[in-house]
Design a binder for this molecule. Structure first.
Ligand SMILES: [Zn+2]
Length: 87
């Protein structure tokens, strides 16, 4: 993952004596809005700005793992179907 405009952010942090925190925004697995889910490392919490769902990071990991597994399974299925056609 690339931190865009990192030099500007670093400069701002320097000006405020490093008193800040990095928040990562990702797609919300619950309402599926892009970049609406905040992952807040310092409080170990997540919070969606659209559906207002919030909780601990451990809970949201479960959602993403579920999604990841489903996506992975679909890929395997597609590959299996494709090789069946090739035969
Ligand atoms: Zn949401």
């Amino acid at each position: 993952m690339k931190l865009e405009n990192a030099h500007k952010i670093k400069h701002i942090l320097k000006l405020i004596d490093g008193k800040g925190e990095i928040i990562v925004r990702v797609r919300c697995p619950i309402c599926r809005t892009k970049k609406s889910l905040l992952l807040i490392g310092s409080t170990d919490k997540y919070e969606c700005q659209v559906c207002m769902k919030q909780g601990g990071l451990d809970d949201v990991i479960v959602y993403f793992e579920d999604e990841f597994e489903r996506r992975h399974r679909q890929t395997i299925q597609t590959m299996t179907e494709r090789s069946a056609v090739d035969l």
